[in-house]
Design a protein around this ligand. Sequence first.
Ligand SMILES: NC(=O)c1ccc[n+]([C@@H]2O[C@H](COP(=O)([O-])OP(=O)(O)OC[C@H]3O[C@@H](n4cnc5c(N)ncnc54)[C@H](OP(=O)(O)O)[C@@H]3O)[C@@H](O)[C@H]2O)c1
Length: 278
Amino acid sequence: MNPYKLSVAAGRPLASGFKMPVLGLGVYLVPPGAPTRDAVSAALQSGYRLIDTAKGYQNEADVGQAIRDSGIPRDDLFITTKLPNQDHGSERALRSLESSRNALGVSFVDLYLIHWPVPGVRRATWKALERMNRDGSCRAIGVSNYTVRHLEELISNADIVPAVNQVELHPFLAQPELRDFCRKHRIQVEAYSPLIRGDRWNHPTIRDIAVSHGRTPAQVLLRWGMQHDVVEIPKSVHPERIAENAAVFDFSLSSDEMARLDSLDARYHTCWDPTDEP
Ligand SMILES: NC(=O)c1ccc[n+]([C@@H]2O[C@H](COP(=O)([O-])OP(=O)(O)OC[C@H]3O[C@@H](n4cnc5c(N)ncnc54)[C@H](OP(=O)(O)O)[C@@H]3O)[C@@H](O)[C@H]2O)c1
């Protein structure tokens, strides 16, 4: 593992002017309380600096506690949280970020995401996020679960293009068109469920490549995303797995191995699929 590679300084430049670490810890389904504090502490000790939470995960306060306990300077951290569906709309969104900042105990979040492209209200909500970005309560604003169609709609009406689109992404859901679109518009793609939630790890292509490098399937999956310029946020509550998932900077996949993994794309969602969201 190379802790420097996990840092903000070595991160990907966002259109907002700030940098985002290339790999972080996701805390979806990590129970609030000690489990979240322990997972975040283990990640920070392993060198992680990006933590991905959401109001809906109900563990923002424990993420905040763990980052305070770490003593790591605020500017060395990159904290993402997300606006839940029920808090869309101009005034509600402003209040929702305020309550997330209070729970986290921070004066600003590094990245604030619309969690889902809720029909009917997302344009007004984006205007509210633009205001929050201008007033400094979030350093970058972005979206999650947006397809190309949702992004086109947003951009046609936006003063600020989203800095990030966080979507499910792994070899079985490679999203090449979305990645192309985002590259053209300087939107950083961030992969959630990059480990396919442990599903399909026995696929022979993944197994063969892992064995030939003396690596684990998790490391091969994360390396694949990294070589596609995607930011990744694997989730684990086990310190040894958290460390393992960050040990992906000292090997690389050949173009042939990348092509073999790319060929697995089957538009396979382990989570929700926003394709048909109006
Ligand atoms: N924006 C959205 O709508 C959205 C949706 C889903 C997820 N996310 C974000 O993305 C993050 C990651 O996605 P995810 O949690 O769905 O799935 P994931 O990271 O693909 O997989 C997590 C699963 O893999 C296991 N795991 C992790 N590292 C492992 C390793 N080295 N060896 C064996 N098993 C390992 C974990 O178990 P243990 O914990 O027991 O180790 C957990 O069951 C979330 O935590 C969340 O922050 C966002």
